[in-house]
Design a protein around this ligand. Structure first.
Ligand code: CTP
Ligand code: MG
Length: 230
């Protein structure tokens, strides 16, 4: 079926402040990256994962992640780049060169380690159904204001039309390749694809797919484990 997941995991985790790359920070004794990869494989839709690892930790990441691959699959590990988009681009180039018959590419942050496998499945299935770009989203709970550079409110967007975006984001392989070769810039992969004029559709995300960014988020992640959903 040719589904490969790229896992950008090369960030330094500065806002978490754990003194090590965030992907390697353990929650309940298991590194975030390992949890993220397990979730991808548990979806039953993914057989190959390409990890963009912190350059200083490539060997360690290889050792820790190799046993996670299912029969007939593999975890490929390479050094990530300076920015998240560089890490994704490097992982994509590797996937297209090394993994046979790639039809669908997922991009999934290691930091969203508790994403339920059902979300992965829904994203893949929507791409396989013919949508070139698919993202998991949730409604916005807070009212959101747009402000000017001085912090003065400009307007209040209609909240019912706003969504927060999670990963994995899923793409037809040729679409993601074109997006990354375009030289455009955006804060997420779907943003690049939007700029190409390709429609991006949404599926329902999950609150457990929250991104672990700060110590508060790490405490929430620990609580997810205690609650039994992680
Ligand atoms: N990432 C990456 N390569 C980079 C920067 C980030 O692969 N050069 C990855 C991170 O490892 C993470 C995801 O992109 O899985 C989202 O980034 P973020 O949450 O910002 O993680 P960090 O960059 O590690 O955190 P911080 O910005 O606090 O340093
Ligand atoms: Mg970052």
């Amino acid at each position: 079926m040719g589904v490969v997941a790229l896992v950008p995991a090369a960030g330094r985790g500065e806002r978490l402040g754990f003194g090590m790359p965030k992907a390697l920070v353990p929650v309940g004794g298991v590194p975030l990256l390992v949890r993220a990869i397990r979730g991808l494989f548990e979806s039953g839709r993914v057989r190959h994962v390409v990890v963009a690892a912190p350059p200083s930790d490539v060997d360690q990441v290889r050792t820790v992640t190799a046993p996670l691959a299912p029969a007939g699959g593999a975890v490929h590990v390479l050094a990530g780049g300076a920015e998240r988009s560089d890490s994704v681009r490097l992982a994509l180039e590797h996937a297209l060169a090394e993994v046979p018959d790639v039809r669908v590419v997922l991009v999934h942050d290691a930091a969203r380690a508790f994403t339920p496998p059902t979300v992965v499945r829904d994203v893949v299935d929507a791409v396989l159904a013919g949508h070139p770009a698919v993202i998991p989203v949730l409604p916005v709970a807070d009212t959101v204001k747009r402000v000017d550079t001085k912090g003065v409110v400009v307007d209040t967007p209609d909240r019912s039309l706003l969504r927060v975006v999670q990963t994995p984001q899923g793409f037809d392989a040729a679409t993601l390749r074109a997006a990354h070769e375009s030289g455009l810039h955006a804060t997420d992969d779907a943003g690049l694809v939007e700029r190409l004029g390709v429609p991006v559709v949404t599926v329902t995300g999950h609150q457990d797919a929250m991104k672990v960014t700060t110590p508060f988020d790490l405490a929430v992640a620990e609580a997810l484990l205690v609650g039994g959903t992680g």
